[in-house]
Design a protein around this ligand. Structure first.
Ligand SMILES: Nc1ncnc2c1ncn2[C@@H]1O[C@H](COP(=O)(O)OP(=O)(O)OP(=O)(O)O)[C@@H](O)[C@H]1O
Ligand SMILES: [Mg+2]
Length: 223
């Protein structure tokens, strides 16, 4: 049975879904609205984020997203992301799924492939090897990629205060590579990834996300 489906006995199991996409695509906004929807249907839901999501992960987050853009060597940076991810899985994601919760994670390993491989040139094999060891079979069952022109994403976040500083400092060409990278990742994993156009108002995008989840899992309402 697919995790998250309702069994014959009526129990609901945990389900791991990730939201991916570039800066300002709407991941954090949409994650909270998905939680409202899932909880209204009786599914206990945890929204969490990367880098971060646990005490150790959040400590590493502050090292990763603050300071100068060139602060880290890209391989060091990749290792830090996977260290944070390991702690996030161990302390937060795995226990929540074991309790039957849905986990909606704002960025996960696809962001490392998009930013560190497509954006910064770290070898894809290196990242895939780390994924196998750090995440293995515990990765998301579904990934929703919010697709938005990076220029529009930057326009959205121009007025927003937040802690996303360091990656936002990287140049436009970098963000275009990241954007294309997410599309390439999704094309390579169609059984897991669904690309959602994010160039619409918040509730239109939310409706697209909900429809995508139901297309994979069946009706959510009253589940
Ligand atoms: N569909 C939308 N249309 C217009 N503005 C939006 C939309 N979705 C989100 N916003 C606004 O754009 C900004 C960026 O949204 P949000 O923080 O959800 O993006 P994000 O993908 O989480 O960004 P980051 O990658 O920086 O974490 C916020 O100020 C949010 O209120
Ligand atoms: Mg965000």
């Amino acid at each position: 049975m697919t995790r998250g489906a309702v069994s014959d006995a009526g129990e609901t199991r945990g389900f791991f879904v990730t939201l991916e996409g570039g800066e300002g695509a709407g991941k954090s906004t949409q994650a909270l609205l998905l939680k409202e929807w899932l909880e209204a249907s009786g599914r206990r839901t945890l929204v969490t984020r990367e880098p971060g999501g646990s005490a150790q992960g959040e400590a590493l987050r502050s090292l990763l997203i603050t300071g100068a853009a060139e602060r880290w060597d890209p391989i060091s940076e990749t290792l830090l992301h996977f260290a944070a991810r390991r702690e996030h899985l161990r302390a937060t994601i795995r226990p929540a799924l074991a309790q039957g919760r849905w986990v909606v994670c704002d960025r996960f390993a696809d962001s490392t492939m998009a930013y560190q491989h497509f954006g910064q040139g770290v070898a894809a094999d290196f990242i895939e090897g780390l994924y196998d060891t750090v995440v293995g079979s515990e990765g998301p069952a579904l990934t929703l990629v919010l697709d938005l022109d990076p220029e529009l994403g930057f326009a959205r976040i121009a007025a927003r205060t937040g802690d996303g500083g360091r990656y936002e400092e990287m140049d436009r060409a970098f963000h275009r590579r990241v954007h294309e990278g997410f599309r390439t990742i999704a094309e390579g994993a169609p059984e897991r990834c669904i690309v959602i156009s994010a160039d619409a108002d918040v509730w239109t995008v939310q409706a697209r996300l909900r429809a995508a989840i139901e297309a994979r899992l069946g009706p959510i309402a009253n589940g």
